[in-house]
Design a protein around this ligand. Structure first.
Ligand code: NAD
Ligand code: ISE
Length: 339
């Protein structure tokens, strides 16, 4: 039984606690914390976990074998570094860190530790549709891939959401996904700014992000975060001999009154419910018997942070911005990398 401590009991923290408490076998949440002590106490009392005052207290808890970090992005670095210092595996929600310098500090700390402890919550890699898409691509059936069209649409975003979060918080999933899908690094980013939606208030919404991969493939990502009608994630790969796309996401369509309708999920929890389950199940399984995580690594978190920074610079300047990564340490050779 893996004993897990959770730092941050907000939306996704509570959702991961629910799945580790009621869905997944072989795991128990033994300690929780949140800067909002009342929220932590409510969650901790409900599941019988110890409520600790700080993230550091959770990490140090003798009854915690592994840590799940679900607090706000700028706090991730400190908890991941503290987990590495304690020698405990740590699953960190995306992003690994909010600057590339911070993400590199995590990589360096893990390399100094000498084995993998960190996994980052880039969960598109665990979604049945993305996995099926990758299987078609890898089979060679559609030939050499040339382009990928993606859309990342949120019905709305919270009031604290700022312009650059369209990249750092939202499209960062596609940044990780295309690196994994095509097994290549992203070498440059551009951002085009279309007509502004009135639904976005002060935000410049939507945006069109264009990513260039090392082998010449172009991936474009429409980022719309106030689309209202639902949470809609799309992806289509254009190959030399054919195309492959994420399929319809609803198991049901309804024909009534002269219309054929297909329900659209309203948020990421509905759309990726199963993917989060698979993600944490595989993480838990990988740690059994003292094993190492095999999912998205600190290097993947670092690479996503560097590309995010380039895309934010592209948004600010309107120019093409090249991506420059540090040398990849041996710990993260492709053979050891991911799902
Ligand atoms: P949230 O605001 O609902 O919850 C975050 C919680 O962290 C809050 O309760 C807050 O009080 C707490 N917190 C903040 N700083 C803390 C600290 N120093 N120590 C302890 N607790 C602290 O946000 P959320 O939507 O749950 O997002 C949390 C993280 O998860 C973000 O990094 C976000 O990008 C990520 N996320 C990932 C996905 C995904 O699809 N993988 C989906 C949603 C959110
Ligand atoms: C959120 O943090 C997520 O990770 C969701 O998957 C994404 O769609 C949303 O835009 C983010 O705010």
């Amino acid at each position: 039984m893996l004993k897990v401590g959770v730092i941050g009991t907000g939306m996704i923290g509570r959702d991961h606690i629910r799945r580790m408490t009621t869905v997944l076998p072989g795991v128990r949440v033994t300690a929780v914390t949140d800067v909002d002590a009342a929220v932590a106490a409510e969650v901790g009392d409900r599941i019988g976990a110890t409520v600790r005052a700080t993230g550091e207290d959770v990490i140090a808890d003798q009854a915690v074998d592994a840590v799940v970090v679900c607090s706000w992005g700028p706090t991730h670095e400190q908890y991941v570094l503290a987990s590495i210092a304690a020698g405990k595996p740590v699953f960190c929600e995306k992003p690994l860190a909010t600057t590339q310098e911070a993400a590199l500090r995590v990589v360096e700390a893990e390399v100094a530790h000498g084995s993998r402890l960190v996994q980052v919550g880039y969960m598109r890699r665990y979604d049945v549709a993305y996995r099926a898409l990758k299987k078609v691509l890898d089979s060679g059936e559609i030939g050499v891939p040339l382009m990928m069209h993606c859309a990342h649409r949120n019905p709305s975003v919270p009031s604290f959401y700022e312009k650059e979060m369209a990249i750092t918080d939202t499209a960062v999933h596609e940044i990780d996904m295309v690196r994994w899908m095509f097994g290549e690094e992203i070498v440059a980013a551009r951002v085009l700014i279309p007509r502004k939606s009135a639904n976005g208030g002060a935000l410049q919404d939507p945006l069109l992000l264009i990513l260039e991969l090392a082998g010449g493939l172009l991936a474009d990502v429409e980022i719309s975060v106030n689309i209202r009608y639902g949470y809609d994630i799309r992806g289509e790969i254009i190959g030399e001999d054919g195309t492959a796309a994420l399929g319809s996401l609803s198991p049901v369509s309804v024909r009534v009154g002269g219309r054929n309708t297909t329900p659209v999920p309203m948020d990421w929890r509905d759309r990726f419910l199963d993917a989060y389950d698979v993600e944490l199940r595989e993480w838990i399984d990988s740690l059994a018997g003292g094993g190492q995580p095999v999912g998205p690594s600190a290097w993947d978190g670092y690479a996503a942070a560097v590309v995010s920074d380039a895309a934010v610079a592209a948004l600010r300047t309107g120019s093409r911005v090249a991506v420059s990564l540090a040398d990849r340490p041996k710990l993260y050779t492709p053979a050891e990398a991911p799902a």
